[in-house]
Design a protein around this ligand. Structure first.
Ligand SMILES: *Cc1c(COP(=O)(O)O)cnc(C)c1O
Length: 322
């Protein structure tokens, strides 16, 4: 199988495909944070994107690229998180049948949101069943097209549109911090940053407990780990992808890690000072910048806030804890 890596032209193409279906999310600033870091910080707020996370961009782009025959047969994916909602809403908007394979114990609110967008949900038991196998069986038996959460050229290109917008809106940056799970968001962001602000040093940021990306980047080969424990539930992937890793290896400056405590501090900052809900995973990039894991003083710093979907009682717990 030959792999075609996406390029920046695909991101431009994805922007056109998204049109007005995705929001052009705001770029916010905080004088408090600028003063604290002695830097100019720009927050790209994908917590305000449709479905509450950037994943709508990649999901919509991928569904929009399907052939008429593929659209007619429908789409399947496996996810309990933001990618499920992204595919469900994209399919609803583009009039394609969506099937989402979800763990039977997925939060009721997430399942309800997915069903609310008109998707069919197939439940499986995490302990005894393999979600990828279930999805692949649907591909073979019912002719559905599988759209995975990150390792897919059209998904990566769609995710890259967020940083394209950020750089168009604020101009060149010195530093950019991006949350890292499987690397769809980071690799798309790298394509845009390399094209529009080539001097910008781009960092992927993952949970300390699951630093497979950092290990992979530093050893030059994809490292697999057992799924880590962290409150950053959108970044609990066990390995980078076949498409995302080469792009990250080529263009990223480094991969950084932050602790759950640092994520909570960032979440609290956004709630208290900027009046917004950012989910733990969404705070990964911010936590790296706020803790100055690389020097930010005097720099123009972009921070991608990737999402805002968090169970409210869990969120209240995070804000109270220290
Ligand atoms: C999926 C997700 C990520 C990680 O994205 P990848 O493309 O897997 O690296 C980060 N933040 C949020 C909110 C997500 O939903």
């Amino acid at each position: 199988m030959t792999l075609r890596l996406p390029i920046y032209d695909d991101v431009v193409d994805a922007s056109t495909a998204l049109g007005v279906a995705a929001y052009r999310t705001p770029v916010l600033t905080s004088q408090t944070m600028n003063a604290r870091l002695d830097a100019q910080v720009f927050f790209k707020c994908e917590n305000f994107q449709r479905i509450g996370a950037f994943k709508f961009r990649g999901g919509y782009n991928a569904v929009s690229k399907l052939s008429a025959a593929q659209r007619k047969a429908g789409v399947v994916t496996f996810s309990s998180g933001n990618h499920a909602q992204a595919i469900a809403l994209a399919c609803q908007l583009l009039d394609v049948a969506a099937t989402i394979v979800m763990p039977h114990d997925a939060p009721a609110a997430k399942k309800a949101a997915t069903v609310g967008y008109g998707a069919r949900v197939i439940s499986y038991h995490r302990q005894t069943e393999d979600r990828e196998q279930i999805a692949r069986a649907l591909v073979e038996e019912q002719g559905l097209t599988l759209i995975p959460p990150f390792d897919h050229a059209d998904v990566i290109a769609g995710q890259g549109t967020a940083v394209k917008e950020l750089l168009e809106d604020v101009g060149g940056l010195d530093l950019l911090f991006v949350p890292l799970g499987g690397g769809g968001l980071l690799s798309g962001s790298l394509l845009s940053a390399n094209a529009l602000s080539p001097e910008c040093a781009v960092y992927g940021v993952e949970p300390q407990a699951g630093n497979d990306g950092q290990q992979s980047f530093r050893t030059g080969a994809v490292v697999h780990i057992t799924p880590p424990h962290s409150i950053a539930d959108g970044a609990l992937t066990s390995a980078l992808g076949q498409l995302t890793f080469p792009i990250i290896k080529q263009y990223a400056r480094d991969i950084l890690t932050v602790s759950d405590g640092q994520l909570i501090d960032a979440m609290r900052f956004f709630a208290e000072r900027m009046k917004m809900v950012v989910e733990p995973t969404g705070c990964l990039g911010a936590a790296a910048a706020f803790n100055e894991l690389v020097p930010v003083k005097g720099k123009r710093v972009g921070i991608l806030l990737s999402g805002g979907n968090v169970d409210l009682s869990a969120y209240a717990g995070f804000l109270q804890s220290n």
